[in-house]
Design a protein around this ligand. Structure first.
Ligand SMILES: C[S@@+](CC[C@H](N)C(=O)[O-])C[C@H]1O[C@@H](n2cnc3c(N)ncnc32)[C@H](O)[C@@H]1O
Length: 232
């Protein structure tokens, strides 16, 4: 698993161009993935939602617009430059959104135990130095019956893998390198996707952390998936 300081510094280096690279590299599919995610969160009818590894805040903003003013949304991330991008977007909205963005490390959350209704983590779990510890920490902060939603890259359907892995290895670092001037960050992206557990393995990890009602929902030929679990 990646070293935390290296991950923080890598995201600091791409923060300003992160959104553009995201939209271009996913061909705009990231909007759809977020939409499915926030719809699933909406079905659980939460009052307090925390978006961890919020980055430039797009999931937090999508949650706020789907869930409405009565639902409190917080975004936490351990990389200040990514949060600065989220905060800029927040202030540019009219009226400014009342989402609170703050520094927070998934491996050591300052959130109280047993208090949160729903937690989302989009494309953040893969970057944790210690995933088991992160899942335990998330479980600690959710109230019993609270929900975790993980939107993350996943292993694509078998027939599509050779093409997709070639895309990750050859096209992605070159193209994203032009946009962000940080090709290494996108070499890391491809490597971390290939090394990421299968849907079943991640479900097993969620079970080990104490989650029940486990589901994995693959999208776009399995290149991403939403994993969902309920805290006990
Ligand atoms: C690929 S970005 C995803 C950002 C956003 N969730 C999205 O969907 O666009 C991953 C984010 O995870 C954050 N991150 C990685 N490890 C973290 C940790 N231990 N605690 C909090 N944030 C972390 C990084 O700083 C980065 O902003």
């Amino acid at each position: 698993m990646p070293e935390a300081e290296a991950v923080r510094s890598m995201f600091g280096g791409i923060a300003k161009r992160y959104d553009l690279a995201n939209h271009l590299l996913s061909g705009g599919m990231d909007y759809w993935w977020r939409k499915v995610l926030v719809t699933k969160v909406h079905h659980t009818n939460p009052s307090l939602v925390v978006d961890l590894a919020t980055g430039s805040g797009d999931v937090a903003f999508a949650l706020k617009s789907k869930l409405g003013d009565s639902v409190q949304v917080q975004g936490l991330d351990f990389c200040r430059p990514m949060l600065d991008e989220a905060e800029k977007k927040r202030l540019n909205r009219s009226p400014a959104s009342d989402i609170s963005f703050a520094v927070g490390d998934i491996l050591n959350l300052s959130l109280s135990t047993n208090t949160i209704d729903a937690i989302t983590v989009a494309f953040g779990i893969r970057n944790l130095e210690n995933r088991a510890r992160g899942l335990q920490e998330i479980h600690r902060t959710l109230r019993a019956g609270g929900h975790l939603f993980i939107l993350e890259f996943s292993q694509p359907y078998a027939w599509f893998r050779p093409l997709y892995y070639a895309y990750l290895k050859y096209f992605l670092p070159t193209f994203a390198g032009w946009i962000t001037r940080q090709p290494d960050a996108y070499n890391y992206l491809g490597d971390s996707i290939e090394a990421f557990p299968t849907r079943q393995q991640l479900l097993d990890e969620l079970k080990a952390a104490g989650f029940t009602n486990l589901q994995a929902y693959p999208m776009t030929l399995g290149i991403v998936a939403i994993h969902q679990g309920t805290a006990t």
